[in-house]
Design a protein around this ligand. Structure first.
Ligand SMILES: *Cc1c(COP(=O)(O)O)cnc(C)c1O
Length: 408
């Protein structure tokens, strides 16, 4: 049997919605309402409701959402912002573009998200209180640490209770990078309730890049927040610093969400809960099919997390051999991400080196993202699992080597 299985199928959901999507475009054409207007307002209302926040502000990308959120929250040039090394570069680009310097803290070896214990060690042992403000000053950079950006990587929420508690002690702002976490949930032991990703920090950034769980037919993003003045600032930042046309209180950016994308997103948002449910079912099925494969480390979901399974990421020591054997059967896979940010050329000026963040480094060498999308069928999944098993058997014959299951 030969059947190709893509890593991601972006065609089917759009074909299913084609008539409705075309109606959005036709509506925009007949009114020439391309920028702002009721489509944008309507999507913002619906998305805020979906996330359980008071406000949502549509912007042109997830990167702009992060940048505007950090700027509006009050990150100032010359300060530093903590995040993780195993994220997409947009996280740290936004920090730099806000005028701050990224500083990294390593991740947890099972969740791959910011490790609160390591954050505590960083703040306690690698920072000194500023003599005047009491805020932490990083010994490494001499800069005041203003904020922390936990990334809900692969859709799995970071441990926000612990992070928020440290943030409170050290007067840090928390801006969530929820660019992969539309509809993911976190059980707050503090609040004794499930919270939606994007509703826990002072603000959160979402991306609607086409491949995300909620994707536009182009570029788009949003910031969510419960803080009205922050929402207002972001509305100004996205629109050249103006609250009223041609009256500029400050310099801003051209960072608006366009109306056609907003209309498309509003339509697709109605399907998001179903699509996420489907992804969780697929993740459950992968677990059943693959749980006994020796040397394959499956995703770990703590009891307090409900991932939206933006990605289904496994670990295997001989990653190239594993990927090649799947590719030979036309099964698409990905690596998110192959080089941690502290080892990227772009960040050599930050002065980090190999060994600085051992968990992120080990993980980045072993991760593989398997096919994951809401329309992945049971038989397609069984085919993937069969090929993974075949690879393992071949490796047990001594032709390849798989990792020991050390964790998970
Ligand atoms: C996609 C993504 C971004 C950036 O979003 P864009 O819309 O592509 O600008 C930022 N952070 C993470 C973790 C992402 O996955």
């Amino acid at each position: 049997m030969s059947m190709g299985i893509p890593f991601l199928d972006l065609v089917t959901p759009h074909v299913e919605l084609e008539a409705e999507l075309i109606n959005v475009f036709r509506g925009a054409l007949t009114t020439a309402g391309f920028i702002g207007g009721p489509l944008v307002d309507g999507f913002e209302d619906d998305f805020a409701k979906f996330c359980g926040t008071r406000h949502s502000v549509g912007v042109s990308s997830g990167t702009d959402a992060l940048r505007f959120a950090l700027m509006a929250a009050g990150v100032r040039p010359g300060e530093s912002v903590i995040t993780v090394p195993n994220t997409f570069i947009a996280t740290t680009e936004a920090i730099s573009q806000a005028g701050a310097l990224p500083e990294f803290v390593d991740v947890h070896e099972r969740t791959y998200n910011l490790n609160p214990a390591k954050l505590r060690i960083f703040l306690e042992n690698q920072c000194d209180p500023h003599p005047a403000t009491g805020r932490p000053v990083s010994r490494r950079t001499g800069r005041t640490v203003a904020a922390v950006v936990p990334v809900h990587l692969y859709g799995q929420p970071a441990d926000l209770d612990a992070i928020l508690e440290l943030a409170k002690t050290y007067k840090l702002m928390v801006v969530e990078d929820a660019c992969q976490a539309h509809g993911s949930e976190y059980y707050s032991r503090q609040g004794q309730s499930w919270k939606t990703a994007g509703s826990m920090g002072i603000a959160a950034a979402f991306s609607f890049y086409p491949g995300k769980n909620l994707g536009a037919c182009g570029e788009a993003g949003a910031v969510t927040t419960n803080d009205e003045s922050l929402a207002k600032k972001i509305r100004q930042l996205r629109d050249h610093g103006q609250a009223q046309k041609y009256y500029h209180d400050m310099e801003g950016y051209n960072g608006r969400l366009d109306a056609i994308q907003a209309g498309i997103l509003r339509l697709k948002l109605r399907r998001l809960a179903d699509w996420n449910r489907s992804r969780r079912e697929i993740a459950g099925r992968y677990r059943e099919l693959l749980k006994d494969v020796s040397g394959l480390v499956l995703p770990f979901e703590p009891s307090w997390a409900r991932s939206n399974y933006h990605l289904y990421v496994v670990r295997v020591r001989d990653r190239d051999g594993f990927r090649n054997s799947l590719a030979a059967m036309h099964i698409g896979t990905g690596i998110h991400y192959p080089v941690p940010l502290h080892l990227q050329n772009a960040y050599s000026p930050l002065g980090y080196g190999k060994g600085d963040f051992p968990v992120a480094e080990t993980v980045s060498a072993e991760i593989v993202s398997l096919p994951m999308f809401p329309h992945l069928s049971r038989s397609q999944q069984e085919f993937v699992a069969e090929k993974v098993w075949e690879y393992t058997r071949a490796s047990e014959d001594g032709s390849c080597s798989l990792a020991e299951a050390r964790i998970g």
